[in-house]
Design a protein around this ligand. Structure first.
Ligand code: C2E
Ligand code: CA
Ligand code: CA
Length: 526
């Protein structure tokens, strides 16, 4: 009896708790983390259970942390790519049962690279976190924002009532992100390009929706940054053509398909033509005129940019010399040529410039080499030397696109810069923006002190011109004056400008010396 009784007690007090512990351990290994064992009256067993419970809790926390890390972006705390893809697939599946309009947005920060390159990666990280916070204020509680990596974000707009509602959210986002960011005491401006795909276009998998939103984003960037584009079926065809485009570009020079357009630069307020900016175009036999934003990145990627760039420099100098000879009033006019960073790294960079000037017989001070700030940031020492050499031989240097990303005024004093080109994002945001007005005012004052000329880019309206003039900027270019023109159109423009009475057809966008108030250009070239 005693034997039987002691077996029962042993089974109840010792074997049962041990088997419960074993079962809990089994449950944990099967993924059920919520295992908490009760205390036991036997000291040794109790200690075993407490250790087990601590271990179970720690395991649960570790796995929860792992799970969180697997589905969230550690910098911004937003859901990551993997999590977004899962949510999107689930939304698509649910949508089959109860159809609702939803949209996927692909966002990319324009000029983020400038911030990273100029202020450093830590500042870039601060900017990304701030962007994430601002995005959260622009969407509704049932929308999902995720960071896809780098400066790319995606948003799932759930149950959108109409496409206009989605567009309104996008505009809100773009406005919010256009406001100044203060990063480590520096004022930073960015733009956001957005690609959108709506769920009602045709049945798409999550992967397809993301790919299509990305294609629309690419289109937005090519349309001039800071834009939004809705994906259409035609766009998918275009993206397939990129590979073909690359193959065609390799033969474009030989086939003489690359052309140069010239955009006049005007003095303010006189509105005299003081020079031209040479802008590359590709006249594709099937696709028509392709803008440089599409093919220059491809040319850079496949190593064609140097030969294209030097060809433009030579042709443009030759063309200006021709105009100098044709119209004596043109003698002081300059030609501004855009240079890719890669061109500066050719060992005979200066020799090539000199050779072009000798063969075209153009005076060095009539050539202005345009470089963007990003090249300075990346290759500070090399650029300092190259610009000094340009300065020594008398060629002018223009700092292009000033005002995008991080605009560093110290370049004006540290490098031999003759001209500063204020980016069109500044010019076009002047009206009603006292901060931008103050910045431009300061830039113009400083530039005057350092003997640096200023050209305002992208002047499209009378209002912008008035503001620019009021701020004391003496030169400008933009659609209000003239779009970029073919060489033969420029020739007519110059004729009309300098010999107005010989020309019957009034081609000018506006008349010289304010004989007639200027009208918007009525000729479209692309
Ligand atoms: P960029 O150097 O900033 O050139 C000015 C761009 O602004 C040109 O675009 C011009 O057409 C456009 N633009 C001028 N006025 C206005 C305006 O009032 N409103 C608006 N919205 N836009 C205006 P484009 O010709 O498409 O050139 C784009 C970029 O391609 C250029 O920007 C330049 O970075 C690059 N590029 C063009 N030609 C060359 C070249 O020969 N070599 C290199 N490396 N880059 C080039
Ligand atoms: Ca330029
Ligand atoms: Ca520019």
């Amino acid at each position: 009896m005693i034997g039987i009784l002691s077996s029962i007690i042993t089974a109840k007090n010792i074997l049962k708790p041990i088997s419960e512990t074993a079962q809990a351990a089994k449950a944990i290994s099967a993924g059920d983390w919520n295992q908490e064992l009760p205390t036991s009256s036997i000291k040794e067993l109790n200690s075993l259970r407490q250790s087990f419970n601590t271990m179970a809790r720690q395991l649960k926390k570790s796995f929860q942390d792992l799970e969180y890390a697997a589905y969230h972006d550690c910098l911004t705390g937003l859901p990551n790519q993997c999590s977004f893809r899962k949510t999107l697939e689930k939304t698509i599946a649910d949508n089959k049962l109860t159809p609702n309009l939803f949209a996927v947005l692909f966002l990319d920060l324009d000029f983020f690279k400038f911030v990273n390159d100029s202020l450093g990666h830590l500042a870039g990280d601060v900017l990304l976190s701030e962007v994430a916070r601002r995005l959260e204020t622009c969407v509704r509680s049932n929308d999902i924002i995720a960071r896809f990596g780098g400066d790319e974000f995606v948003i799932l707009l759930n149950n959108t009532k109409s496409k206009n509602d989605a567009i309104a959210i996008i505009i809100r986002i773009q406005k919010e992100l256009q406001k100044v960011f203060t990063i480590n005491g520096n004022a930073v401006f960015i733009n956001t390009s957005v690609g959108i795909v709506f769920s009602d276009l045709y049945p798409m998998s999550g992967e397809e929706m993301l790919k299509n939103a990305d294609i629309a984003l690419y289109q937005s960037k090519n349309n001039g940054k800071g834009m939004h584009t809705i994906f259409s079926k035609e766009m998918s065809l275009m993206s397939k053509n990129r590979l073909l485009l690359e193959m065609d570009l390799r033969q474009a020079m030989e086939r003489k398909e690359i052309e140069i357009f010239y955009q006049p630069i005007f003095s303010i307020p006189e509105k005299d033509i003081v020079g031209f900016e040479a802008l590359m175009r590709w006249r594709h036999p099937e696709l028509g005129l392709i803008p440089p934003d599409i093919f220059i990145p491809i040319a850079e990627e496949i190593g064609l940019i140097n030969s294209l760039g030097w060809w433009v420099a030579r042709e443009a100098c030759q063309q200006l010399k021709k105009w100098h000879e044709q119209f004596r009033e043109c003698a002081g006019m300059k030609i501004n040529v855009n240079f890719s960073g890669k061109q500066f790294f050719e060992s005979n960079f200066i020799e090539q410039i000199q050779e072009i000037l000798i063969t075209t017989r153009l005076q060095p001070h009539n050539l202005s080499v345009e470089v963007t700030e990003s090249i300075f940031i990346k290759y500070t020492d090399v650029m300092r030397d190259k610009l000094l050499e340009l300065n020594r031989i008398g060629v002018k240097v223009s700092l292009d696109d000033f005002g995008v990303g991080y605009s560093c005024l110290s370049y004006l004093k540290d490098f031999s810069i003759d001209i500063l080109k204020i980016d069109r994002s500044f010019t076009q945001n002047l009206a009603g923006n006292s901060k931008i007005v103050a910045i431009i005012e300061a830039i113009i004052l400083l530039a005057a002190k350092l003997d640096v000329e200023i050209i305002a880019e992208g002047i499209e309206t009378e209002e912008q011109l008035e503001m620019i003039q009021y701020l004391g900027c003496c030169q400008g270019q933009g659609y209000l004056f003239s779009r970029p023109l073919e060489a033969r159109q420029c020739e007519r423009l110059l004729k009309d400008f300098f010999q107005p009475f010989l020309n019957d057809d009034q081609f000018l966008p506006f008349r010289h010396n304010n004989q007639q108030s200027h009208q918007k250009a009525n000729f479209q070239n692309y």
